[in-house]
Ligand binder design. Structure first.
Ligand code: SF4
Length: 371
């Protein structure tokens, strides 16, 4: 018998929880489903749902976006990137291009794409022109990029890779001793590719309840019920609440392709800093397709600092689950989707953008300031 959202809510409300429980999600898709379905207001007050580091555009380091902008402006290339990346601002003086969109407005050949196959097609259609694919994203985005590379790409296609692994950010948060949550909802699509076992550390090393969820309110509520019941009964295990697609070991073919063409490396996260073993790099055999090796280095080391958000922007606090989006004092005032200050207001997976789209229009901090 499959339960409805109403059934799951009824079960959650019937739990006798010993304490206030904070549940973190680490997926923009989860945050969107939770917010759009109004799950926060449907749950008892003692349950908090915290958006965490689940937006790849939000954590893409400023030095990579800056390098992409400079490459597009100063080299004779077509720069292609997933649409969200084009609007993400970097912190530069107003006279300079702040985003790939602004670089495009200044004459750079910048093109949005929706999949890696489009990058290959553009390169094949223009064999005499260098095409740079700025590939930023988590495992679910990096897997098709790896498949593209494993199958072979045209000589004129180069990658500016900015891929990240999701679980190391959660591990970093938990290892820091400053994690602001009591249970975790793990991303179903990442587990589909990489296997649910990646999230076992949450239970085994940190003794926190965890559950893998899909992207419907029903699946999310099932996962919430699982971790809340674990809290109530003092149990700890990783529950797969998305068994329709998440299988032990994940997608073996995708993992083999990633292993074939990519190395795992330490990587910088915007606003957070370097996290061990949290990024992907092209293997040495693919150096001929590595934009960082083929073109002059436009990376700017000064942009690697942690907390590299624009002045006043608290995206780092949002990404780490330390504040809710509307606790940033710029939310809805200086920062809106039309005029984003930080990356969390740009991407469809950014918590600020999602909250704005759901109708939250005012900053709690602004209300305090205005009072
Ligand atoms: S409201 Fe804007 S400035 Fe504030 S955290 Fe979100 S994206 Fe950053």
């Amino acid at each position: 018998m499959s339960l409805s959202a109403k059934d799951w809510l009824h079960r959650i409300r019937a739990l006798d929880l010993p304490q206030r429980v904070k549940i973190m999600n680490v997926c923009g898709g989860h945050e969107r489903a939770i917010t759009m379905a109004g799950l926060r207001s449907a749950l008892p007050d003692t349950i908090e749902l915290i958006p965490g580091p689940g937006c790849p555009v939000c954590i893409c380091p400023e030095e990579d976006i800056y390098a992409a902008i400079q490459l597009a402006l100063h080299e004779d290339v077509s720069l292609v990137a997933f649409g969200d990346m084009l609007r993400v601002p970097v912190n530069v003086p107003k006279r300079e291009a702040r985003s790939l969109d602004e670089a495009k407005a200044r004459g750079a050949d910048v093109r949005p794409i929706a999949s890696p196959t489009e990058a290959v097609r553009i390169a094949r259609d223009h064999p005499d022109r260098a095409v740079v694919f700025f590939a930023a994203g988590f495992e679910t985005t990096t897997a098709p990029v790896a498949a593209m590379l494993a199958e072979g790409v045209p000589d004129n296609l180069f990658l500016l890779l900015s891929g990240r692994l999701t679980w190391p950010a959660v591990a970093m948060l938990l290892d820091s001793g400053e994690a602001n949550f009591d249970a975790l909802i793990a991303p179903g699509h990442v587990a589909t590719v990489m296997g649910p076992e990646e999230w076992q550390f949450v239970v085994e090393q940190h003794q926190l309840p965890a559950a893998i969820a899909g992207f419907t309110p029903v699946s999310l509520l099932a996962a919430m019920y699982s971790v809340l019941r674990q809290v109530q009964e003092g149990q700890r295990f990783l529950d797969n609440c998305y068994p329709e697609v998440v299988r032990p070991g994940g997608n073996l073919t995708a993992r083999q392709q990633m292993h074939k063409v990519l190395d795992v490396t330490d990587a910088n996260w915007r606003g957070i800093g370097v996290i061990r073993s949290s990024g992907y790099a092209l293997k040495a055999e693919l150096a001929a397709h590595d934009a960082r090796q083929h073109f002059p280095l436009y990376a700017d080391a000064s942009r690697k600092r942690a907390g590299e958000m624009p002045p006043g922007c608290d995206c780092a606090g949002v990404v780490l689950g330390r504040i809710y989006p509307d606790q940033c004092r710029l939310y809805g005032r200086a920062c809106t989707p039309r005029h984003p200050i930080g990356p969390c207001m740009v991407s469809d997976e950014g918590a600020c953008r999602i909250w704005w789209a759901s109708g939250v229009r005012e900053s709690r901090e602004a209300a305090v300031v205005d009072a």
